[in-house]
Design a protein around this ligand. Structure first.
Ligand code: HEM
Length: 293
């Protein structure tokens, strides 16, 4: 049975680089993908394939689809699907940079680097607003159930689907709120990380409470803050055994369920949005046999 790429289940690393590649026109991607399979260990490099790449290979991955373009009152949630996603993870920023160059070189024949976002862990795993992120993540066996496909289907077993969005924070707007308003935006007290029982319905954790969905919408979040000159925010990363749980949460955040939008939109916006399929591993290598590789 295939095993998951280990980086999915491990805690968020101190440093990371999120790379998104598109397929060069008329490129033969198979040789580059074979080279990637040989180099990616699933831990330092977690790899995901986008819907366009799977189509280009003449293959099909059940459950993989393009990211939805959603609109809420005063904001858009853009879809910017990419061909290939590589999450470079490490303990040292310089090493992460060199690994990223290595991945670029390896793929250069068929893939063009569209975006590279440098990310990091902040304190004990907080968003740049200072709120702890990941508290309600499922753990242990529950994390695997939420994030890893176990349907018994060869080729799909051990794989995972991931939703990735780069969010751009307006930190000055957030800092202009009173501490009470800030806590109510998330629905948790920043100081204690306790949930606010009577938080407004727009509070982020009221919008996304995983057990409040029917069926329950559990995901495994591995988001990381990013910063680049004056701009900063969160690379939101959610792994799932399917994309349904993430999409149900996103729709409710956008107000599409009950007209109430997530208070997060008061200070931050997504600027990208993409879905990828992260193949499982067989004998230490990414298993792309279902895609004919
Ligand atoms: C800038 C964007 C975002 C920020 C800063 C953010 C931050 C947070 C924080 C601080 C928490 C509370 C602690 C925790 O349980 O992790 C949380 C919870 C959560 N967030 Fe987000 N989040 C963002 C976007 C999203 C998106 C786009 C989704 C899904 C569509 C999402 C899904 C969740 C879920 C499922 C929970 C746990 C809810 C529960 O079961 O209690 N978040 N987030």
């Amino acid at each position: 049975m295939n095993t998951p790429q280990p980086g999915i289940l491990l805690p968020v690393p101190p440093f990371a680089r999120f790379l998104t590649f598109s397929l060069k026109p008329a490129a033969a991607s198979r040789a580059s993908l074979r080279a990637l399979c040989a180099a990616a260990d699933g831990e330092r490099w977690v790899v995901g394939l986008g819907p366009a790449l799977v189509l280009a290979l003449g293959a099909k991955v059940d459950g993989l689809r393009p990211f939805p373009n959603l609109t809420g009152p005063g904001f858009d949630i853009p879809a910017t699907d990419g061909g290939l996603w590589v999450w470079i993870r490490g303990d040292d920023r310089g090493e992460v940079f060199h690994q990223s160059r290595r991945a670029e070189r390896l793929l250069a024949e068929a893939f063009e680097l569209d975006q590279a976002v440098d990310a990091f862990r902040y304190l004990d795993g907080r968003d740049l607003t200072g709120y702890e992120d990941g508290t309600e993540n499922p753990r242990g066996e529950d994390a695997e159930v939420a994030a890893i496909v176990r349907t018994g289907t060869a080729g799909l077993d051990g794989s995972s689907f991931v939703a990735v969005q780069q969010w751009l924070h307006r930190l000055d707007r957030f800092e202009a709120m009173s501490p009470e308003e800030q806590d109510n935006t998330f629905g948790r007290y920043r100081a204690s990380n306790e949930e606010i029982e009577d938080a407004p319905l727009s509070a982020h954790v009221k919008r996304t409470a995983q057990e409040s969905f029917e069926p329950a919408a559990f995901v495994l979040r591995r988001s990381m803050p990013w910063a680049d000159g004056q701009r900063a925010g969160l690379v939101f990363v959610a792994f799932g055994a399917s994309l349904e749980a993430f999409e149900a949460q996103l729709r409710r955040m956008a107000g599409l369920e009950d007209g109430i939008t997530d208070a997060l939109f008061g200070f931050t916006r997504p600027v990208t949005g993409a879905y990828f399929w992260c193949p499982g591993m067989c004998q230490g290598r990414l298993d792309l046999s279902d895609l004919g590789l």
